[in-house]
Design a protein around this ligand. Structure first.
Ligand code: GDP
Ligand code: GDP
Length: 452
C-alpha cells in the first residue's frame, strides 16, 4: 500500500510550498470534487526511490465557523486517512493558539506525528522553534520549504517508520531473459487472478458497472471479507478466468459500520490503482473528459498500470451527439492511445461483457515475455525502415535490445549516442514495438543505454 503523508497546520505556514516541493507540482493531482474533497489536494511523491501520497489541506485556523469550519473538517479528514502527519508551524510567527488546538487533536489520534518548524531561513532556527517543544509532540524538525533546506532530513526521519509499507519503484531487471514458451507463459498467467480496479469520479457509474459485472449470470462471486483498510476485494470468475475486482465504489459493504468511509476517496482510488494489474477507468459520456479524469489518467500513466477506458452512459444518445463525443475523446485522450476505449451502458448492460476481453488483453500484453533475439530483430527492422537522425554529425547507432522488465514492458536499447535520440524518434520506436509485439492496453517504456 502506498503510504499517505498529510500536511496540516494553520493557513500560511507553508503547507502548499512543501507540497509543491515534495510532488514537483507537475505530478500534483488536484482534486476538486464538489462537496466531497474540496480543499484536499493529492500528489505523488518519491523519496529515495520510495513512493508515497501527499495530502495538502487548507488549514486549521482555530476559529472554526463558516469557511474555516469546512477547511478544518478537510484537515481532520486528511489526518484520518494519513499514515504520517507532518504538523507544520511557522517559526517566524511563533506558537499560536490555533497550533495548540491542532496539537490537542493530534495527541488524541493514534498517528505518527512530526513537528515541522518552517521558514527557518535567515533566522535563528534553534531559538525561534524552541517554544514548539511545549506542544508535547516530540522533536521539532527545522526546515525552509521554500528553499528545500532540512527537507530530506525530515523525510529520512518521518518515512522511517513506514519503511515496510513502501512499494519499491520498478527496478529494471537488466538482461534477464526468461526463455519460456508462449504456451507455458499462457498457462502460468492463467493461474493468476487479474486484479482489476474500477475507478473514476463520483457518479460516472462505477457502482452500477460493478454490480452489473457481479450480477452477470456467468460470473461466480466468492465471499471474501474486506482485507484492506481502503477497498474491498471481490474475487470473481468468468469464462474460466479468475479476477479480483477492487471495489472503490463501496458496492460491497464493510462488516463493521465503524469502517465506513466516505463513498468516494482519492486515497482509496490511488491505492486501488497501485494494487491493480489493470485499471478500468470509467468516464461519463455526457460529461466529457474533465480535469479530474485527466488527473486520474496521469496517475495511471505514472504507475505504469495497464488501462482500459469505459465510456459509460452511452444509452439514449443520438448519433450526432455520439459522433461529437467520439471526436472530443479522440482529441483529449490522444496521449493514452494504447488503451482500448469501450462505449457501454452499465445501466442496461450493453458492452459490459466485452470489457473483460480488453482487460485480459491488457494484462497479457503487460506481462508478455519477449526474448532478446526478437526485440533486437524488431529494433533492426525499425532502424532499417527509418534511420535514426544525425546527432552532431554522427549517425546514432542502435546495436541491440533486450527486455528490461514487464508490467509495464520495458525495452532496453543499447547503442551509440542513443541518449541523444529526439523524442519524435523515440515515439516512432515505441509505436513500432507496440505494433510488432501486438501490445495493447499497456504503456511500453523504452530505456536507452550508451555503449554495448
Ligand atoms: P499554506 O497556506 O500553509 O499552504 O502556506 P503557503 O505554502 O501558501 O505559504 C505561505 C507563505 O509563506 C507564502 O508567502 C510562502 O512563500 C511563504 N513561505 C513558505 N515556505 C517558506 C520558507 O521556507 N521560508 C520563507 N521565508 N517563506 C516561506
Ligand atoms: P458511482 O458514483 O461512480 O458509483 O456512480 P453510480 O453507479 O452510483 O451511478 C451514478 C448515477 O448514474 C446513478 O443515478 C445511475 O443510475 C446512473 N448511471 C449509471 N450508469 C448509467 C448508464 O449506463 N446510463 C445511464 N443513463 N445512467 C447510468
Amino acid at each position: 500500500m502506498l503510504p499517505v503523508v498529510a500536511l496540516v497546520g494553520r493557513p500560511n505556514v507553508g503547507k502548499s510550498t512543501l507540497f509543491n516541493r515534495l510532488t514537483n507540482t507537475r505530478d500534483a493531482l488536484v482534486a476538486d470534487y464538489p462537496g466531497l474533497t474540496r480543499d484536499r489536494k493529492y500528489g505523488q511523491a518519491t523519496y529515495d526511490r520510495k513512493q508515497f501520497i501527499v495530502v495538502d489541506t487548507g488549514g486549521i485556523t482555530g476559529d472554526e465557523e463558516g469557511i474555516d469550519e469546512h477547511m478544518a473538517r478537510q484537515s481532520l479528514l486528511a489526518i484520518d486517512e494519513a499514515d504520517v502527519v507532518l504538523f507544520m508551524l511557522d517559526a517566524r510567527a511563533g506558537l499560536m493558539p490555533a497550533d495548540q488546538g491542532i496539537a490537542e487533536h493530534l495527541r488524541k489520534v493514534n498517528k505518527k506525528v512530526f513537528l515541522v518548524a518552517n521558514k527557518v531561513d535567515g533566522i535563528d532556527g534553534d531559538s525561534e522553534s524552541a517554544e514548539f517543544y511545549k506542544l508535547g509532540l516530540g522533536n521539532v524538525y527545522q526546515i525552509a520549504a521554500a528553499h528545500g533546506r532540512g527537507v530530506s532530513q525530515l523525510l529520512n526521519t518521518s518515512m522511517a517508520p513506514l519503511a515496510e509499507d513502501f512499494p519499491e519503484m520498478a527496478v529494471v531487471d537488466e538482461g534477464k531473459d526468461e526463455e519460456i514458451s508462449t504456451e507455458e507463459q499462457r498457462e502460468r498467467l492463467r493461474n493468476l487472478p487479474i486484479k482489476m480496479a474500477i475507478v473514476g469520479k463520483p457518479n460516472v457509474g462505477k457502482s452500477t458497472l460493478t454490480n452489473r459485472m457481479l450480477g452477470e449470470e456467468r460470473v461466480v462471486v466468492y465471499d471474501m471479507p474486506g482485507t484492506t483498510r481502503d477497498s474491498i476485494y471481490i474475487p470473481l470468475e468468468r469464462d474460466d478466468r479468475e479476477y479480483i475486482l477492487i471495489d472503490t465504489a463501496g458496492v460491497r459493504k464493510r462488516r463493521k459500520v465503524s469502517e465506513a468511509v466516505e463513498k468516494f476517496s482519492i486515497v482509496k482510488t490511488l491505492q486501488a490503482i497501485e494494487e491493480s494489474s489493470v485499471v478500468l477507468l470509467v468516464v461519463d459520456a455526457r460529461e466529457g473528459i474533465s480535469d479530474q479524469d485527466l488527473s486520474l489518467l496521469g496517475f495511471v500513466l505514472n504507475s505504469g498500470r495497464s488501462l482500459v477506458i469505459a465510456v459509460n452512459k452511452w444509452d439514449g444518445l443520438n448519433t450526432d451527439i455520439k459522433d461529437e463525443i467520439k471526436r472530443e475523446l479522440d482529441r483529449r485522450l490522444g496521449f493514452v492511445d494504447f488503451a482500448r476505449l469501450h462505449f457501454i451502458s452499465a445501466l442496461h448492460g450493453s458492452g459490459v461483457g466485452n470489457l473483460f476481453e480488453s482487460v485480459i488483453e491488457a494484462y497479457e500484453s503487460a506481462t508478455k515475455r519477449v526474448n532478446t533475439a526478437l526485440l533486437t530483430q524488431i529494433m533492426e527492422m525499425a532502424q532499417e525502415e527509418h534511420q535514426p537522425p544525425l546527432v552532431r554529425g554522427r549517425r546514432v547507432k542502435m546495436k541491440y535490445a533486450h527486455a528490461g522488465g514487464y508490467n509495464p514492458p520495458v525495452v532496453v536499447i543499447h547503442g551509440n549516442q542513443v541518449d541523444d535520440l529526439p523524442s519524435s524518434y523515440k515515439r516512432y520506436l515505441m509505436n513500432y514495438f507496440r505494433r510488432s509485439l501486438n501490445v495493447m492496453g499497456t504503456p511500453i517504456r523504452i530505456e536507452f543505454r550508451e555503449g554495448a
